[in-house]
Ligand binder design. Sequence first.
Ligand code: NAP
Ligand code: G4F
Length: 393
Amino acid sequence: MLRSTPTGIQSPPPLVNPIAITMESLTRPVQKGKCPRYTMSGKTAMVTGITGQDGSYLAELLLEKGYEVYGLVRRVSQPTSGRSLINHLLTNEKFHLVNGDLADQNSIDNAVSQAQPDEFYNLGAMSFVPESWRSPMMTADITGLGALRCLEAIRKHAPTCRFYQAGSSEQYGKVRDVPQTEATPFHPRSPYGCAKVFAFEITRNYRESYDMFACTGILFNHESPRRGLEFVTRKVTMTAARIARNFDECLWIGNVDAKRDWGFAGDYVEMQWRMLQQDTPGDYVVATGRTHSVRDMITLAFSHVGMDLVWSGEGVDTIATDQNDVIRVRTNPKFFRPAEVDLLIGDPALAEKELGWVPGTSFEELVQMMVDSDVAIVEEAVKGGYAPPIPPE
Ligand code: NAP
Ligand code: G4F
């Protein structure tokens, strides 16, 4: 899949071979039992999911703060593919890639044992909810057991290392409270949500069993120009940009009545870091406290490319037409889910009270940022004479 070119990152990315630099960069700065725990300029952090949306933003944040950053990456046969979000970091001498897979205990043990991180951020996951029905075992293994493997590696090889688990509002699923807080019971609606509940519970259990500094951020949906093209916001903004340049005529969509609490990923990684800087570990909701329907998100995104949508029909007959009566949105039942999460809205009060965190980017600013970025990507493709990215089916 062709990943986005994030705002502010040069395109096309340089050709690099993460595997080639992996072992050398892993062993160079720290050797177990020989090197000081802190590097000259600060702490050492290990990040799984470094090639994803959050991993790339978190790596930038940690490098800015003077951390030595080790990113766990899966071995791939074509190393440049899908790595575009971190290519701009590869020349930073404090940034290192280490081969590993959340399915493989040995690889995580080795990475932790050698790097001796002060902080470990487990952002790696099979993170796309629909895929979790198609691949439930793999989802349970990577998204659920993967967290346990990280905790075990830390318990055995770096017991004072602080651990952050990327929890999800999908844990709430069929919500029992509105808005959802740290006290709201879980009722997950997908194999992905179930796996995240296991990861949450095992993180709490290791904190209580072994006195480990281990916590979970229960993060509500957060988006950016770096969001994968299969997630609804990015699918909408890229398709709007493509329609504006006549690459497509309309957007094919699923349930537009679902509501989500959407924030900006760049704001949310700051909270991930803050959670590991406290005196006492705890679990926090990370959200904006506002919710919007998929329908409203689409209307807003299309307005930024000059199309004023009018909606009609219901369920699978839902459509939206523009001011020239051209149908710009159609519904395809294949995008509906076996069990939907209808409404998510988080209460970030505890994060503000205890960690002083407030989201800095509004929903309107977020959608504008994503549309602007995708319009720029499409324009660049037009100028370069190549096809712009297509959101996957
Ligand atoms: P993302 O862009 O989909 O990134 C997922 C990352 O996990 C990628 O770097 C991927 O690596 C890695 N990964 C997948 N399988 C792996 C495996 N077997 N071993 C090692 N790494 C593996 O996700 P994101 O949006 O940044 O989200 C980060 C985390 O937060 C995820 O755990 C997600 O479930 C959770 N979360 C996200 C949101 C949100 O709205 N974004 C909300 C709540 C929770 P490859 O590049 O090799 O595929
Ligand atoms: O963008 P989505 O695929 O995100 P979803 O399922 O909420 O999951 C994301 O947020 C979670 C946090 O709550 C994360 F844990 C998870 O890893 C991921 O990052 O879908 C959002 C909503 C859903 O209700 C879906 O049914 O949009 C609806 N939707 C309607 N049409 C669609 C589509 N979603 C997608 N992906 N594609 C559609 O065509």
